[in-house]
Design a protein around this ligand. Structure first.
Ligand code: SF4
Ligand code: SF4
Length: 419
């Protein structure tokens, strides 16, 4: 990958500074290198040979959340988050990559069984206190410079993955015709399993058949890290598996996975054969929110009214243009009072594994989100991305709020407030 090819796009920045207001990183640090204008200026400097590829570039390139808020407020429509990923890809080639990422992207994420084993080992470490020993020995730093600090973001790790409870394969539904593929994101598979169970109930109500897929990671973590090669391998593995089966729709309850699945043709830019394969399957992919909205599914809460607010995952609102649908779904549930929170579409600071490398910054972004949540006095903070759920739950514990975090599927089926 070479950012020279993007000189025109990078040069579209007219340095107006409108992106400052929208950028969660700039609003937390006040550093010009942490806003779109600064990042673009650096990349332009590299292309014009005024800036060299050194480790000094790591922070400006890697502390971007990729939230896309800058582009949404940029009159020149500069796609900074995408350009930063290209910058990262070239950084990895020129300056070097960390062995842990190679292990993660090439040895774990393509193979669900290995990922499950790693998750089980992590659950054992956490539940037995072994990870405290590893922390004391400094071993956790291997996983990311702030891993030791970030360890408590995940409160508990289930001992068995989702696909250990619900085996991949076809299940009968009560619908008339729809053949649904259910794409399991890594977040649901290893952590947010209640969300997966409720999503599956909805899919079974609507579909004639629901196939729990034996997919691997969608590839988004590798892509955002700048490891394009690893992302392509993961995407191809999924595309080949999907094309051997016949579905009317492939649904995922992770908005981040959904946005990346829809992006597969872009992932194979310049590779006609695989781009065609991706193009053929892209119309099948649906975010769970879209699926619920299109099929008009809802269950009354059945208890006293609950107050609900919604956090827009970046990959839903800017990645897929989904924001009206989730609100409509929630407002139409009998017994739900929907309260909009300020800055609902601001990034929560989760951004995948961002906290493992930028814990303090991630917490500053998160604390701002929590003030906004608190102002709604909501009983439930609802969202549609398991990674956001993990980060938001950590924020709720940090802030000592009574609000509970859940997936939109859990409200729609009525599992919350029951559970
Ligand atoms: S808003 Fe767009 S054009 Fe203006 S400084 Fe930011 S990136 Fe550049
Ligand atoms: S993508 Fe988000 S974090 Fe990155 S520069 Fe744009 S607004 Fe800032």
């Amino acid at each position: 990958m070479n950012i020279f090819e993007d000189y025109d796009a990078i040069s579209q920045c007219n340095k107006c500074g409108f992106c400052q207001e929208a950028c969660p990183v700039f609003r937390s640090t006040g550093h010009e290198s942490g806003v779109a204008r600064g990042r673009l200026a650096l990349m332009r400097g590299i292309i014009e040979d005024r800036v060299q590829w050194t480790k000094e570039l790591e922070d400006p390139l890697f502390n971007c959340l990729g939230c896309g808020a800058c582009t949404a407020s940029c009159l020149a429509d500069v796609p900074t988050a995408d350009l930063v990923i290209k910058g990262r890809a070239e950084y990895l080639e020129k300056v070097g990559r960390k062995p842990i990422h190679k292990l993660l992207f090439e040895q774990l994420l393509p193979y669900p069984k290995r990922l499950h084993m790693a998750a089980r080992a992590a659950a054992f470490g956490k539940n037995s206190g072994m990870s405290k020993v590893a922390k004391a020995l400094g071993l956790l730093r291997i996983l990311g410079r702030d891993f030791a600090k970030a360890e408590n973001i995940v409160e508990k790790l289930p001992p068995v993955p989702f696909r250990g409870l619900v085996k991949p394969g076809e299940y009968p539904g009560t619908g008339d015709t729809l053949r649904i593929g259910y794409f399991i994101g890594c977040g649901v598979d290893v952590i947010q399993q209640e969300a997966g169970q409720e999503s599956l109930k909805i899919l079974k109500k609507i579909g004639k058949t629901v196939t729990v897929l034996d997919n691997c990671c969608c590839g988004l973590p590798a892509w955002t890290y700048g490891d394009i090669d690893a992302a392509q391998k993961l995407a191809l593995k999924n595309l080949e598996a999907f094309s051997s089966q016949s579905f009317d729709v492939i649904v995922t309850d992770c908005s981040s996975c959904a946005s990346f699945l829809k992006k597969y043709p872009k992932v194979f830019q310049g590779d006609e054969k695989n781009q065609d394969l991706a193009q053929a399957q892209t119309p099948l992919f649906q975010d769970m929110v879209e699926f619920i909205f299109k099929n008009g599914y809802s269950t009354p809460t059945g208890k006293s009214p609950i107050v609900v607010t919604f956090h827009d995952p970046c990959h839903a609102v800017r990645g897929q243009g989904i924001s009206r649908e989730n609100r409509e779904i929630l407002k139409n549930i009998q017994g739900v009072e929907f309260r909009e929170m300020p800055e609902a579409d601001w990034c929560c600071g989760g951004a995948g594994s961002y906290a493992l490398t930028h814990y303090d910054l991630s917490m500053k972004v998160l604390d701002r989100k929590m003030k906004n949540v608190e102002s709604t006095e909501a009983d439930f903070l609802v969202t549609s991305c398991p990674a956001c759920m993990i980060q938001l739950s950590h924020g709720i514990r940090r802030a000592g709020l009574n609000t509970k975090v859940c997936h939109i599927s859990e409200i729609v089926t009525g599992a919350k407030p029951k559970g």
